[in-house]
Write a protein that binds this ligand. Structure first.
Ligand SMILES: C[S@@+](CC[C@H](N)C(=O)[O-])C[C@H]1O[C@@H](n2cnc3c(N)ncnc32)[C@H](O)[C@@H]1O
Length: 270
């Protein structure tokens, strides 16, 4: 793995240990769903979020796209298949890259975004779905986006955010433990992401709070998890090193329902 820094190893281990469990519980998209009606099946909601990101980044045929923190590459494949893009996806997890089905127009690299080695001004667009929150040194995260995206290029980011100015108890009981349990260096407000984008030469064209349409995701996870583990206890052993994440499965939906935590979508143009 080309993950060169201290932050990368625990994140890589998290996704490697939980690889099979995540695929059984979440499927190929490891991100929130976006529900239009409560009756939407989870797979449709997952796809809806990916499509919202594709639309937010204005992905069109022939675009060269980087998917920062691509997981199993499900969104990268969707962009290639349905929008005619050529996509390079980066993940820290060798297990994710190995499990990603190959598809023409999609290349998955096991590589740290903070040491990505990609050429300057290579991409028409960048997307990042629920990955940037794992990364320390946010000024550098955004500087790398500005470096690899062409002038005029587009960015769409979905990420776990905090409310603007969370209270002391929200931090102590929700946000700080969620960060500790999920290998997140910190949760930031939408305004901080907007400031990092602006400081790196992007114009923010959209900032949306998707939380209300997405929080149902955690009910789906809670419903599926016991059955998946009961059917295959081997997965419990594999997941054991990451057991600290378990309380977050209750903390996150609580934080999202009370507004302490948000699922944000930011759109920008360079
Ligand atoms: C919650 S998963 C989301 C995966 C994918 N975007 C999706 O929506 O299915 C987080 C992803 O971010 C990746 N990631 C986290 N930190 C990273 C870093 N520094 N460089 C590259 N990828 C990173 C992880 O490897 C993982 O694939």
């Amino acid at each position: 793995m080309a993950a060169g820094m201290d932050h990368a190893l625990p994140v890589a281990r998290h996704y490697d240990s939980l690889d099979e469990l995540y695929r059984r519980v979440w499927g190929e998209h490891v991100h929130h769903g976006l529900w239009t009606t409560p009756r939407d099946p989870p797979a449709l909601a997952a796809r809806a979020l990916a499509e919202r990101v594709a639309a937010g980044a204005g992905i069109a045929p022939g675009d060269v796209v980087v998917d920062v923190g691509c997981g199993y590459g499900a969104t990268a494949r969707l962009l290639a298949r349905e929008r005619g893009a050529a996509v390079t996806g980066l993940t820290l997890s060798p297990a994710q890259a190995a499990a990603a089905p190959p598809q023409p127009g999609v290349e998955i690299l096991v590589r740290d975004w903070l040491a990505n080695g990609l050429p300057d001004a290579e991409f028409d667009a960048a997307i990042a779905i629920e990955s940037l929150s794992h990364m320390p040194d946010k000024p550098r995260v955004f500087a790398e986006l500005a470096r690899v995206v062409k002038p005029g290029g587009r960015v769409a980011i979905v990420d776990w955010l905090a409310r603007e100015r969370p209270g002391r108890l929200e931090r102590r009981l929700l946000l700080d433990p969620i960060c500790r349990e999920g290998h997140l260096p910190g949760l930031h407000a939408a305004s901080e992401y907007e400031a990092w984008l602006t400081a790196n030469g992007f114009t923010v064209t959209g900032s949306h709070d998707l939380t209300k349409r997405a929080v149902r995701t955690w009910a789906v996870v809670a419903r599926r998890l016991p059955g998946v583990l009961a059917r295959d206890p081997r997965l419990l052993a594999a997941a054991w090193p990451e057991r600290a994440f378990l309380p977050s499965l209750a903390r996150i939906p609580f934080a999202e329902r009370t507004g302490a935590m948000r699922l944000g979508l930011l759109e920008a143009r360079r």
